[in-house]
Design a protein around this ligand. Structure first.
Ligand code: GDD
Ligand code: MG
Length: 362
């Protein structure tokens, strides 16, 4: 079975991390998100992927190439202007003559795709849609089903008064090629707002595939950080893992789960508490304290700075004695002057400069 992976969105909710990096390529445990997805697809026997791209296609194509490294043959399509989730699949029509999978390119999951494919083949609907339970359905597509598991109502991003279930569209579908006939050619069209509601109106069978398996949409900074925390906290040994050579001072106190990319320098009396990830070539000066953070590659943190539950983009420089705490997100190449204290939830765009001693209250 082939998979169409939707990776054309601008990733606006994940800014500033997606200013220079497409959402599908943000690192998860120091590896581009899409590489995790390709591995997952391969594990479920999918070895043919079509990447439907739009925003920042070059970093995707240059990194993944023909996909042979992952044992997956990759074809690329670039939309000149966004075609929407369904329009992007219609655009791939020439590749699709058998049942195929559509995957939102920001979903990290362990849903049993092999079993989902089996169910699709047994019941033979036009669409099989994976569902997952969530706490806040209003930011997703809410899906009501019948007693026999057929989808009866689909409401994209409903207000709370329209929420009737906590089961939402997990962004994974198996489609019969006939579904492509419901999508216009070369015009923007969404599965969520147009195709699924229209199919339900026409009485077309959409089977649900509910699953309790791990699932997260990494498309906001909070979820992106949570995905890291979830993955790291699953390491039963709470280890400190290094990828290649790094220099770690003997007085540094590192409490796992922590992942350290290659070529990092960690100075004396640094305290790092997991769940934390250091990208490759990060430099952490003496007496820095960090907990629950994700640092992208090449970040430098000067002495006595405290970082907690935040995400820091590539090649950012953080001066000494700063405090960058909960839910702060700094883009690439930001400079934060010494003794700055950033309020929770601060967002700094790439190349931003924060004057030394900047105090922000929450
Ligand atoms: N090629 C292409 N073209 N891809 C697109 C386009 C487009 O015009 N628009 C969005 N995408 C891609 C995004 O890059 C992302 O990988 C995926 O489609 C879903 O878009 P999001 O913008 O992340 O949607 P969402 O998270 O708000 O909602 C969707 O996902 C939820 C599950 O995470 C919907 O499908 C919801 O119904 C669903 O519950
Ligand atoms: Mg999303």
């Amino acid at each position: 079975m082939k998979a169409v992976i939707l990776v054309g969105g601008e990733g606006t909710r994940l800014r500033p991390l997606t200013c220079n990096t497409p959402k599908a390529m943000v690192p998860i445990l120091n590896q581009p998100f899409l590489e995790h997805l390709l591995r997952y697809l391969k594990e479920h026997g999918i070895s043919d992927a079509i990447l439907a791209m739009g925003y920042l296609p070059d970093p995707i194509q240059s990194r993944l190439g023909d996909g042979s490294h992952f044992g997956v043959q990759i074809s690329y399509l670039v939309e000149e202007s966004p075609l929407g989730t369904a329009g992007a699949v219609k655009n791939a029509e020439s590749f699709l003559d058998e049942p195929f999978i559509v995957f939102n390119g920001d979903v990290l999951t362990e849903i049993d795709l092999t079993d989902m494919i089996k169910r699709h083949r047994e019941i033979n609907p036009e669409v099989t849609m994976a569902l997952t339970p969530v706490d806040n359905p209003t930011i997703y597509g809410v899906v009501e089903t019948t007693a026999t598991g057929m989808v009866k109502r689909f409401v994209e991003k409903p207000t709370w008064d329209k929420v009737t279930t906590n089961m939402i569209n997990a962004g994974i579908y198996i489609l019969e090629p006939g579904v492509l006939e419901y999508i216009p050619t070369s015009a923007p069209c969404m599965f969520e707002d147009h195709v699924f509601p229209k199919m339900l109106k026409m009485g077309k069978p959409i089977l649900s595939y509910p699953s309790d398996a791990y699932w997260i949409d990494i498309g906001t900074p909070e979820k992106y950080l949570k995905a890291h925390h979830d993955l790291l906290l699953r390491w039963s040994d709470r280890a400190v893992r290094t990828q290649g050579e790094s220099q770690i001072h003997t007085t540094a106190l590192i409490e796992g789960p922590v992942l350290i990319g290659e070529g990092c320098l960690i100075a004396e009396n640094v305290q790092i508490k997991g769940p934390t990830v250091l990208g490759p070539r990060c430099q952490i000066a003496a007496s820095v304290v960090m907990e629950g953070v994700v640092l992208w590659e090449g970040t430098q943190v000067e002495e006595k700075t405290v970082l907690r539950n935040c995400v820091i983009g590539s090649c950012t420089h953080i001066g000494s004695s700063c405090q960058i705490l909960d839910d702060c997100v700094l883009g690439d190449d930001v400079t934060v002057g010494e003794e700055s204290k950033l309020a929770s939830g601060t967002r700094l765009w790439p190349n931003n400069y924060v004057d030394p001693g900047m105090l922000q209250s929450t």
